[in-house]
Design a protein around this ligand. Structure first.
Ligand SMILES: *[C@@H]1O[C@H](CO)[C@@H](O)[C@H](O)[C@H]1NC(C)=O
Ligand SMILES: *[C@@H]1O[C@H](CO)[C@@H](O)[C@H](O)[C@H]1NC(C)=O
Ligand SMILES: *[C@@H]1O[C@H](CO)[C@@H](O)[C@H](O)[C@H]1NC(C)=O
Ligand SMILES: [Cu+2]
Length: 398
């Protein structure tokens, strides 16, 4: 167990990845977006102009909070923006009706037959565009201040795309795995007949040279074929959890890192950067945090660049969104972030490090641009900080 555990020390892992990024910036960079901006298509269902205006309003609100512009300047800008047609409420997966679950699964698969408007140079399918924008420069928005805000916008882009391209009109689901912390993989989220996301499967499978796991051969996404970094069947490997005696250190630890108690500890953080550090287990050698624990336990495609450690793609391919379960997982991480923001003084708090190799670097700013590789405009952090405002237009109820 010890070697496995040391592999899983998040901070060590990320630092190692980041070091190789710095040392050899061109390694594995075979995924290059088209260079000529005039050939870049717009994503037709995103209102680029309105998003840019909303970003301007959010940045002006920030200036106004700091007394740098006349009171009322931001409100005037906001009054020119569209308003939310409605503020939708995201729901725990188990609260969706069977019909809603079926519709969500159908819409997810539908993305595999929709165009990506030139976003990914590797595949022309919208399903893969999400994988591509997540792997492209992934070290900029993992285990850094950008993590919660970048992934918030990412999950929202998926929500909009499921609605606009594939007609999904139900609630965006999140998987509240704290309900399952005593036995994560017995969760109906995975095991429910027909609408479960499936278990790790029974067939050992070498997805590509150096990357093994089990082909997902059951559940709603049985035999799902994905394309990044190269074509393979969706793969998971729950072994790490299953082989951990729940009464032993690692078995217990894995559960406890996603327990309701761990969420309380995360929510108790006083500043945004402390929140992110607890969420991701940064600088906490005995915790992977509420976010990373789930990735590491699911393994296979979920495991991010670590899964590809023995392939030519390491460390540039953070292809975890290959697994459709990525999105309900990240919607829950976002719910925890939202909850943290509800405490007095937290809504617009932002800061910390933008450097994955140095958590003490205190340079993150609300004006920082989050990169989306051409999937809509890059947006400033300020635009993500209130989910109830245009264009995000969603909330949680718990
Ligand atoms: C998640 O479940 C826990 C119980 O495990 C509950 O206390 C919490 O409110 C739930 N959170 C959400 C977002 O549903
Ligand atoms: C599953 O992961 C474990 C480590 O947790 C590893 O030892 C094993 O080789 C993996 N199995 C496959 C089939 O990849
Ligand atoms: C990030 O931190 C590392 C380690 O301290 C340092 O070597 C590197 O120069 C930093 N990168 C940037 C862009 O500041
Ligand atoms: Cu990610």
């Amino acid at each position: 167990m010890a070697p496995v555990f040391s592999l899983l020390s998040t901070f060590t892992l990320f630092t190692a990845l980041a070091t190789s990024v710095v040392a050899n910036p061109s390694a594995g960079a075979n995924h290059v977006r088209r260079q000529d901006p005039s050939t870049e298509e717009l994503v037709p269902f995103l209102d680029y102009e309105a998003i840019k205006q909303a970003a301007d309003a959010a940045l002006t609100e920030d200036l106004e909070r700091r007394g740098l512009v006349e009171p009322g300047t931001a409100a005037k800008k906001r009054s020119l923006l569209p308003t939310c047609p409605r503020v939708s409420v995201r729901k725990e997966w188990r609260k969706l009706t069977k019909a809603e679950k079926r519709a969500y699964i159908k819409a997810t698969k539908c993305l595999q037959s929709k165009p990506d408007y030139g976003i990914s140079p590797i595949s022309d399918k919208m399903y893969d565009a999400f994988v591509y924008i997540h792997e492209n420069n992934w070290f900029g928005f993992h285990a850094t201040a950008s993590f919660p805000v970048w992934h918030r916008w990412f999950v929202w882009l998926r929500e909009v795309t499921l609605r606009e391209q594939c007609g999904y009109s139900g609630p965006t689901p999140y998987w509240n795995y704290t309900m399952d912390y005593k036995d994560l993989f017995a969760s109906p989220f995975f095991t429910e007949p027909e609408t479960g996301f499936g278990t790790h499967g029974t067939v050992p499978y070498e997805a590509m040279t150096g990357a093994t796991g089990y082909k997902v051969d059951n559940g709603a996404f049985a035999n799902l074929f994905v394309n990044l970094p190269e074509p393979h069947y969706l793969t998971r490997n729950f072994t790490l959890w299953k082989d951990s005696d729940p009464n032993q250190q690692y078995g217990k630890a894995f559960g406890n890192w996603v327990s309701p108690q761990q969420v309380q500890t995360t929510l108790a953080a006083q500043t945004f950067w402390d929140f992110e550090k607890v969420l991701d287990g940064i600088g906490a050698p005995m915790s992977l945090g509420v976010h990373n624990t789930v990735h590491f336990n699911n393994n296979g495609d979920w495991y991010g660049p670590g899964w590809l450690a023995n392939t030519k793609y390491f460390p540039f391919a953070s292809t975890a969104p290959n697994d459709p379960a990525f999105f309900p997982h990240h919607a829950y991480v976002d719910a925890v972030f939202w909850k943290w923001q509800q405490a007095p003084g937290h809504q617009y708090d932002y800061g910390g490090s933008t450097n994955i190799s140095d958590p003490t670097q205190n340079d993150a700013k609300i004006t920082d641009l989050l990169p989306f590789s051409g999937f809509g405009p890059d947006i400033p952090v300020a635009l993500t900080l209130r989910t109830e405002a245009f264009p995000l237009c969603y909330t949680y109820s718990f």
